[in-house]
Design a protein around this ligand. Structure first.
Ligand code: DGL
Length: 270
C-alpha cells in the first residue's frame, strides 16, 4: 500500500510531512520533478505533459492514488487529466479543494450551493500559471458568494527556494505582499496557493500583519486525504515501500530537502 505525492520540486514536501504525521502507517512515494521546476512559468500543455508523466511514474511505483501536491499542476492539468487520462482503477487528486473547503467553512465533500461566508476579502499568493488559470476563483465560486479575491503572481519565489536562496525568497515575499496590499489594502485572509510557500509562512505572516488569517495547505490536505482513505480504503495501492524520487540531482535535492524538513531525507533518481 502506497500513496504517491507529486510536486514540481521540493514544495510538496510540506504536504508529505503533514500526511506522514497524520497517516504514519501509509507508505508514501514522493516524486519531485526538480529537473523541470519551476512549473509556474510554463504553458498549460507543458505542465499537463510533465504532470501526466510524473503521475505515471508514481503508478508504476505501486501507487493507485496520486496527490498533486502542486497548485500549478492542480490548476493547469488536473481537470484535463481527470477528464481523459487517468487510467481505470487509479485516481489523481489536487490540493485546491481542501483549501477552499476550509476557507468557506465546509465539511469535506459538501457540494451544497454557494453561500455567504465570513471572509470577504481574500489575498491569493500563487505562481504565475496558477494565477492566470483562475482555477482558484472558479472553485471558490462553486462554494461561496460575495468573496473578493485579489491574486498576486509571486514570480521568482519558487526558483529561490529550489536554489536554497532563502534571503532572496524572503525579499521577494515582502515585495509581493507589498504589491498585493497596493491592490487590496486590508485582506481578511490570505491563501498560500503554492506548496513551496509554507516554507516562507512566517515571512508572509510578518509582511501581512497579525490580523490576516493565513491559510496554508499541508495540514488541510492531510486531513482530507485521511477522510478520503477512510471512505475508500482500497485506494491505498499495492506498493509497500516509502521512497523519495527526483528527476534532478539526487545529492543536491537530498541536501535541500534535509535542510527544509530538518530530518534526513535521501532522494533517488526517478
Ligand atoms: N509547489 C508548486 C505549486 O504548488 C510550485 C510550482 C512551480 O514549480 O512553479 O504551485
Amino acid at each position: 500500500m502506497a500513496v504517491g505525492i507529486f510536486d514540481s520540486g521540493l514544495g510538496g514536501l510540506t504536504v508529505l510531512d503533514a500526511v506522514a504525521k497524520r497517516l504514519p502507517d501509509v507508505p508514501l512515494v514522493y516524486l519531485g520533478d526538480s529537473a523541470h521546476a519551476p512549473y509556474g512559468v510554463r504553458t498549460p500543455d507543458d505542465i499537463y505533459d510533465l504532470t501526466t508523466k510524473a503521475s505515471q511514474r508514481l503508478f508504476d511505483a505501486g501507487c493507485d492514488l496520486v496527490i498533486l501536491a502542486c497548485n500549478t499542476a492542480s490548476a493547469a492539468a488536473l481537470r484535463r487529466m481527470q477528464e481523459g487520462w487517468v487510467p481505470e482503477g487509479k485516481r489523481v487528486l489536487g490540493v485546491f479543494v481542501p483549501l477552499i473547503e476550509a476557507l468557506t467553512e465546509r465539511q469535506w465533500g459538501d457540494n451544497s450551493p454557494p453561500r455567504e461566508v465570513d471572509v470577504k476579502h481574500v489575498a491569493l499568493f500563487a505562481t504565475p500559471a496558477t494565477v492566470s488559470s483562475r482555477a482558484f476563483q472558479r472553485e471558490l465560486a462553486f462554494r461561496a458568494i460575495g468573496v473578493d479575491v485579489e491574486a498576486q503572481a509571486c514570480g521568482g519565489v519558487v526558483d529561490a527556494i529550489e536554489e536554497g536562496d532563502m534571503i532572496l525568497a524572503e525579499a521577494l515575499v515582502s515585495s509581493h505582499v507589498e504589491a498585493l496590499k497596493r491592490k487590496m489594502p486590508q485582506p481578511d485572509a490570505a491563501v498560500l496557493g503554492c506548496t513551496h510557500y509554507p516554507l516562507m509562512a512566517a515571512q508572509f505572516q510578518a509582511a501581512l500583519g497579525p490580523d490576516v488569517k493565513v491559510f496554508s495547505q499541508a495540514e488541510l490536505v492531510a486531513e482530507s486525504l485521511a477522510d478520503y482513505l477512510e471512505r475508500r480504503p482500497a485506494m491505498v495501492g499495492p506498493g509497500t515501500e516509502s521512497a523519495f524520487l527526483t528527476t534532478g540531482n539526487p545529492a543536491q535535492v537530498s541536501a535541500r530537502a534535509t535542510q527544509f524538513l530538518r530530518r534526513k531525507i535521501t532522494f533517488d533518481a526517478a
